[in-house]
Design a protein around this ligand. Structure first.
Ligand code: NAD
Length: 285
């Protein structure tokens, strides 16, 4: 399998912008695709912000011109055929909606060259849900990043039973070459590795607090001292963001999740405490 050099990222939102910038920072030629010029101009502002963040976070070489060079490695497009004309790898990071993603893959399959590998960054859909719309199930898999890709630099690689092992390996190699730590899944699993571990921990922490057994500080202290982990689950909630936590809990009909959603809304979100992003959540920063 030849090396993947030209990368196209579909969607320049929270994750798509980070995925594109990370590739560009590591010297790849990246095309950022989104639906219209207005969104693309917002994307340019996001990329400029990421350049500053890489410098502020001391990402290797960012301050010595690396962040500025990354910006020069990105081109922009609102035309899917043009954006993918010479793409070795397309990473899809459009909103988490099955119908929308199926529509995008149907369009992509019609315009992208036969050589192009497609990867979805979906957090909750399995690549099997999408593979029949790609026109190339052997060249399709999931490549799942975590928010703040330059710091939380896992890249979970997960194929379907149709994915060609050489394609899988080429994507693992791209992950390494773009500064990520590949997390190789041997078969499909909802939640990949990270969320399969993290979600039950966060749920258990919520249950302890909602049930009145312990307060967030006690839960976190227990986890830190008892396991040596640097952060407790409520510190993780603050990083994830309490709006995201609320959206997940409120969509879950279980009584526990509903009680946790109510707590998040009334005690935190309605008071502007959204987590580290606003300087206060379960903790003050
Ligand atoms: P987002 O809403 O921030 O960004 C989505 C982007 O897709 C927007 O720029 C939007 O204009 C664009 N878009 C909409 N329709 C499009 C289309 N038809 N073609 C191309 N682009 C289109 O979403 P996000 O949080 O970046 O999530 C994107 C994907 O990444 C989802 O599948 C999500 O599960 C996954 N993900 C998100 C996170 C996270 O923390 N936000 C973490 C890991 C994975």
């Amino acid at each position: 399998m030849t090396e993947l050099k030209n990368i196209t990222v579909l969607g320049t939102g929270v994750l798509g912008s980070q995925i594109a910038f990370q590739g560009a920072f590591h010297g790849f030629s990246v095309t950022a695709y989104d639906i219209n010029d207005e969104v693309i101009s917002k994307a340019k502002a996001r990329f400029a912000q990421l350049a500053d963040i890489y410098v502020a976070d001391n990402v290797g070489g960012a301050a010595d011109g690396g962040a500025q060079r990354a910006l020069q490695n990105i081109t922009y497009s609102t035309d899917l055929a043009e954006a993918t004309a010479d793409a070795d790898l397309v990473i899809e990071a459009v909103p988490e909606n099955l119908e929308l993603k199926r529509e995008i893959y149907t369009k992509l399959a019609a315009v992208a060259p036969a050589k192009t590998i497609f990867a979805t960054n979906s957090s909750t859909l399995l690549p099997s849900d999408l593979k029949d719309f790609t026109g190339r199930p052997d060249r399709f898999l999931a490549l799942h990043y975590a928010n703040h890709v330059w710091r939380q630099n896992t890249a979970e690689v997960m194929g379907t039973t149709d994915t060609d092992p050489a394609v899988y390996q080429a994507v693992v190699d791209y992950a390494v070459a773009s500064g990520m730590v590949p997390i190789e899944l041997k078969k499909e699993k909802a939640g990949y590795v990270l969320n399969s571990l993290l979600v039950p921990l966060l749920d258990a922490a919520a249950e302890l607090v909602v049930g009145g057994y312990a307060d967030p500080e006690t839960v976190d202290k227990t986890w830190r001292i008892g396991t040596g982990a640097p952060l407790g689950p409520f510190q993780v909630y603050d990083i994830v963001g309490l709006t995201t936590a609320y959206n997940i809990s409120s969509a879950n009909p279980s009584p526990l999740a509903q009680r946790f959603a109510k707590l998040l809304k009334e005690e935190y979100i309605d008071k502007g405490k959204l987590g580290t992003a606003t300087g206060e959540g379960f903790y003050r920063y």
